[in-house]
Ligand binder design. Sequence first.
Ligand SMILES: O=C(O)CCC(=O)C(=O)O
Ligand SMILES: [Fe+2]
Length: 227
Amino acid sequence: MKQTNVVALKLPARNSGEGDVPHLYETIANDLLTKGYSVNIGGLPPDLTHALWTQVQQLSRREFAPAGIGREQDHMVNNFVRSDEICWITGESETGASWLEWATQLQAYLNRRLLLGLFSFESHYAHYAQGDFYKKHLDAFKGEANRTLSLVAYLNPGWQPDDGGELVLYTGEDDQTLRVTPGFGTVVAFLSEEFPHEVLPAQRDRYSIAGWFRVNQSSSARVDPPA
Ligand SMILES: O=C(O)CCC(=O)C(=O)O
Ligand SMILES: [Fe+2]
């Protein structure tokens, strides 16, 4: 008897309250492929957004430290470049662990779909008080196999147009820009070496998470493949 070749396709689960996670991952993958950046208004799963927002409200001022620029030994605080405060996210709390799990799943998805070879992820909460900003910068420098993909998520319910604090992404030649309102649950991803960006001065407290996926430095820093 001829065997029918029917494959049972497993559709992604669409649990209400958890958002459409696989769909968002796929949107990000497609956008990265076609444009190199992805903006998803209210894209983060609602439960996760609420948990992160609750956690960032509960962090005391003491847990935030002035943000620096540069890497490792070059790291220094420069209030002319950025004036926000940050708090690194660890997996110690349930909420921090859920966020890292969500990002790790995105990492696995992008590695499967785009073969990006993303290897690790680090992220911090950021608090921009009224007047705080982050001047135009790149998150990574070409040729230094460091940060590959930047990920930003916003935790600001009811953000109004005149609250400022937009992310400005320089998306093309001629200083073409895209302005992103830091609204509740909006998720942005972009290739770290490709897109300069800045944060315009916020007119009220602005909360976000900024994170970076890295490739494995030890292997990608090797210029010549072994003979
Ligand atoms: O919060 C944002 O919109 C972007 C922050 C940023 O560019 C950074 O932390 O490197
Ligand atoms: Fe940045």
